[in-house]
Ligand binder design. Structure first.
Ligand code: RIB
Ligand code: CA
Length: 346
């Protein structure tokens, strides 16, 4: 008995507060979504990823699922559930985004809206197409996992919030059964990175983000551009990771080196930790040094400010819970965590 207790304590299974995580992502080849997944899957004593749900954002869903399968193969986690959700945002369309550009100027980033939604899925460089297919029921999967573990699930939302908004609309009573949502999205006192006014995840599906911000989810934790701008990855940081040669760091090198932001061709380029900051919060929340509670909403009138983060008029959503807006961080600490997880060998 004493031996068993010792084993449980040492292995961290007894008395541990292990987060059950639903990982909702719009991952491209690797980027910040992929880094976030690697960080969590290499931290089994802290979090248990129950499923990966795919949402369009950086890329369309089928391509995003392919990239997730590739990362899971590298991590030897091929059995983790991957489910596709919505085919597109609730209201926003390619035509709207193009017309926005004609009226108000070039967007800094359009993600999947700049890609052909009917294009064939391509494999990750140097690899073959995955032989398995994703499930098609991400929204129902989110609902059933929350209902199976009431009060225990953290949703980590790393893309547009379409799947989560649909789940909240289909089963409103899950709102109070979610332990918390930790999301990357929005901008309060800083400029946007899709349009000048809006951050990309909120801009791609503003109506979905609005549904989540107006919800009664007990805890909402926001990693918007205000804090993300304080966590840049420059060539010096890139080099520390790319210098270590493992299958995961090779993929990191290919994506950040040759694609976005292209450090190998543009040494002065800057990327941001973005989604990996939100993931780091599930592992070592102490890296956040400043936060404040705010009631927030999203601007959904189509125009120059479409998708921007605004204060909530609480009369229109009296049940809405506040958002904890993350504002300050210890970069050395959080980059140390990121680097540690990315360069590990499985
Ligand atoms: O604004 C940053 C967000 O947009 C991140 O989730 C990143 O993955 C990009 O899609
Ligand atoms: Ca993302």
């Amino acid at each position: 008995m004493r031996l068993l207790a010792g084993f449980l304590v040492v292995s961290g299974l007894w008395g541990a507060t292990r987060n059950l995580v639903l990982f909702d992502t719009d991952s491209g080849l690797f980027g910040d979504d992929g880094a976030a997944l690697v960080m969590l899957l290499r931290s089994p004593s802290k979090v248990s990823v129950q499923a990966i749900t795919i949402v369009p954002g950086n890329v369309w869903g089928p391509q995003g699922a392919e990239y997730m399968f590739h990362i899971l193969d590298l991590l030897k986690r091929a059995n983790l559930t991957v489910a596709m959700g919505a085919d597109g945002p609730l209201l926003h369309t390619i035509a709207m985004a193009r017309e926005w550009g004609r009226r108000w100027g070039t967007l800094s980033y359009m993600g999947a809206f700049a890609q052909d939604p009917t294009a064939a899925v391509i494999p990750a460089p140097g690899s073959k197409l995955a032989t398995r297919k994703p499930r098609r029921d991400a929204v129902n999967l989110l609902i059933s996992e929350i209902e199976r573990h009431p009060g225990e699930v953290t949703i980590l939302a790393l893309g547009p919030m379409t799947n989560i908004a649909l789940a909240l609309r289909m089963k409103p009573d899950i709102e109070s059964k979610i332990q918390r949502i930790v999301f990357m999205g929005g901008n309060i006192r800083v400029a946007g990175n899709a349009s000048n006014a809006a951050e990309f995840n909120f801009w791609f599906d503003p109506e979905a983000a609005r549904i989540v911000l107006r919800s009664r989810i007990p805890q909402k934790v926001m990693f918007g551009l205000d804090i993300c701008n304080l966590a840049p990855i420059r060539k010096a940081e890139f080099d520390q990771i790319a210098a270590v040669r493992t299958p995961v760091t090779e993929l990191f090198r290919e994506d950040l080196g040759n694609r976005y932001p292209g450090f190998l061709k543009k040494p002065d380029a800057v990327a941001y930790m973005w989604d990996s900051l939100a993931a780091a919060y599930l592992l070592e929340p102490e890296f956040v040094t400043k936060s404040e509670p705010r009631y927030l909403d999203v601007h959904t009138t189509w125009g120059q400010f479409y998708g921007s983060t605004v204060p909530l008029d609480r009369r229109v959503a009296p049940g809405a819970t506040p958002v904890t807006v993350m504002l300050g961080l210890d970069f050395k600490r959080v980059f140390g965590l990121y680097k540690d997880r990315l360069i590990r060998v499985d």
